[in-house]
Design a protein around this ligand. Structure first.
Ligand SMILES: [Zn+2]
Length: 177
């Protein structure tokens, strides 16, 4: 009990009872000199340090605004970290790009791979096989064959779209030579 009492007004960190004089109600006081607010916002004392300051919200914001992530790092370490961060963001940009136009097996885009799948074809199917599969499948679900069939209409639309994607890709390849 005497030890708890001693830490109330001196020593570091400073603690203070809030409200009733119950042990559980003790809160840490902001580490900013002269501030008496509860310090419930931890902030690292230095980069890569596990030591923390405990500030009130206002002083934590002030501290964070001045926080230099690279402060105290050796020049080489600083450069290595900057490089790693550039690599990370470049990797992200690349991933985002391929999310839209990824190369399935290296020669087909992700859209083409999806289109081939919709037509029940393998990734290496040539355009003759694509045309054949498209005609056969379109015939089965054509609105003239299955009038008023919503599922057939959906299938027909899907096959139609898949064929358009593959036809456009074939044209791009042919034009490029
Ligand atoms: Zn404060």
């Amino acid at each position: 009990m005497s030890r708890a009492r001693r830490s109330l007004d001196w020593g570091f960190p400073r603690w203070r009872g809030y409200g009733a004089a119950r042990e559980a109600a003790k809160v840490r006081i902001c580490d900013r000199h002269g501030c008496e607010e509860p310090g419930d916002c931890p902030a690292p004392k230095a980069p890569n340090s596990r030591e923390r300051w405990y500030f009130c919200q206002k002083h934590a914001a002030e501290y964070n605004a001045q926080w230099d992530y690279f402060a105290g790092l050796e020049a080489a370490e600083r450069e290595a970290r900057a490089r790693a961060e550039r690599r990370e963001s470049a990797g992200y940009a690349e991933a985002a790009h391929y999310g839209w136009a990824g190369s399935g097996d290296g020669t087909r885009s992700a859209d083409e791979m999806r289109a081939l799948e919709a037509l029940g074809l393998a990734p290496d199917a040539d355009f003759e096989a694509i045309k054949k599969a498209y005609r056969a499948r379109a015939k089965d679900v054509h609105p003239d064959v299955k009038p008023g069939d919503a599922e057939a209409a959906r299938q027909f639309q899907l096959i139609q779209t898949a064929y358009e994607v593959l036809r456009a890709a074939e044209q791009r390849r042919t034009w490029r030579g």
